[in-house]
Design a protein around this ligand. Structure first.
Ligand code: HGY
Ligand code: MN
Ligand code: MN
Length: 417
């Protein structure tokens, strides 16, 4: 695949600019939450861009948007690329959006330069991956792959008490039909994504070839004590839920460093009730996110945490309970596709290295089902999930170029699924 004939309008960077402007928030970040107004604006913009690129556009029953380049052999399983359109609150402009923009750019380029593929090629904008609005994640890819139970998901509530069911209906979708998004005609999945870490930048490497997505587990830890007057309740008889939660959270860092092996543990959210300066907190709820390349290490750390939290609860005369709302196993990427990406990089003269992903991705849901690959490009300062998230345009275009090269091999070549 030589120099492309497609014009500059269809570069990944230009498409990314359009997408990242949607949901821009006053803090300089981007916020697009599942089924909210900026999410709908973004999915409409994605559909327009796909249409302008000459792709057949469709949406499924959960609001995933697909752009399709029909293949000559309709019986051959399709090649799917893409990523998620939703973001964390006040996140960056690249997480998810890059994979969508580069996927549209790649299909526009392949259509212009190579015509009809043998295998159908599709790019998808998944409706939700982050778990930012509702206590569930991978709502888009999990419905497409059909390998996430989602039992009771429709009754999950966001911070305002709105159910997923109501949010779907407000977006014009039929909640009970969400399972009809399941696809069985996909043969490969490829996702271009920012690294969200600092390895590629620190080593001056242009492309990351992902070998595995680390496992992750997310909990809410509920600590219940007894509310009381801050001025009249002696320290010795308090059941202070926040004091106990603070001790549990303080336990995490030394315990994770002690565990080593790259294990990470994060308490990213804390809700205190009644959250008044002159009231001893009766209840505190904090989030816990644990990740590692190896599931046994996650199990061991979570068992330790349960014991540590129980001991802290006893010291404070409070109760503590953990509820796990996300458990993703580690996901190895396809070895043959990794080798293919490395060959494409070598042929193009792009430096590259194998790298693991501490961040979760939609690709993790496809990996157990079909040959799946991820391509990383550097993140400046390793920063992500922040308005400071940035990837240089030349890195964006290098990643998009490697993506187009891999999609060309899979969809126009003789690769068997
Ligand atoms: O948090 C993550 O792993 C990803 O950004 N959803
Ligand atoms: Mn993310
Ligand atoms: Mn992401």
């Amino acid at each position: 695949m030589g120099e492309s004939g497609v014009n500059a309008k269809w570069t990944a960077s230009r498409l990314l600019e359009r997408l990242s402007a949607i949901g821009a928030d006053p803090a300089g970040g981007v916020t697009r939450l599942l089924y909210d107004a900026s999410w709908r604006e973004a999915q409409l913009a994605v559909a327009d861009l796909m249409r302008e690129a000459g792709l057949e556009v469709s949406a499924d029953t959960v609001g995933n948007v697909f752009g399709r380049l029909a293949g000559a052999d309709p019986s051959a399983p399709a090649v799917l690329t893409g990523s998620h359109v939703d973001t964390v609150r006040s996140g960056g402009g690249y997480d998810g959006a890059l994979g969508i923009a580069a996927g549209i750019a790649a299909l526009a380029r392949l259509k212009a330069d190579c015509g009809q593929p043998r295998r159908t090629l599709e790019v998808v904008s998944f409706c939700e991956e982050e778990g930012s609005r509702f206590p569930l994640a991978y709502w888009g890819s999990g419905n497409v792959t059909g390998n996430r139970p989602f039992d009771g998901a429709l009754d999950a509530r966001d911070g305002n008490g709105t159910t997923l069911r109501a949010a779907m209906a407000a977006a014009g979708l039929e909640p009970e039909q969400h399972g009809r998004s399941c696809r069985t005609d996909i043969g490969f999945f490829v996702e271009l994504h920012i690294e969200q870490g600092e390895v590629l930048e620190r080593e001056g490497v242009e492309i990351g070839v992902v070998d595995a997505i680390f496992g992750q587990r997310r909990f809410y830890v509920t600590v219940e004590g007894r509310a009381g007057h801050a001025g009249t309740t002696p320290m010795a008889i308090r059941s202070d839920a926040l004091a106990a939660a603070a001790e549990m959270i303080a336990w995490l860092r030394p315990a994770a460093l002690e565990a080593g092996g790259g294990l990470v543990a994060t308490a990213g959210r804390l809700d205190v009730h009644p959250n008044m300066p002159n009231v001893i907190p009766g209840k505190a709820v904090f989030s816990l996110d644990v990740r590692h390349r190896d599931e046994a290490a996650i199990d061991a750390f979570c068992d330790q945490a349960r014991l540590g939290f129980g001991a802290a609860a006893d010291r404070h005369g409070v109760s503590a309970s953990l509820s796990c709302w996300l458990a993703e196993p580690p996901s190895p990427m396809d070895a043959a596709l990794q080798a293919r990406i490395a060959r494409i990089c070598a042929a193009k003269g792009y430096s590259h290295r194998t790298i693991g992903s501490g961040a979760g991705h939609d690709a993790g849901l496809f990996a157990p089902l079909v040959p799946t690959a991820m391509i990383f490009v550097p993140s400046r300062g390793g920063i992500s999930h922040s308005p400071l998230e940035f990837t240089a345009p030349e890195d964006v275009e290098r990643g998009a170029d490697v993506l187009a090269g891999l999609l060309h091999t899979l969809a126009y070549g003789e690769e068997s699924a």
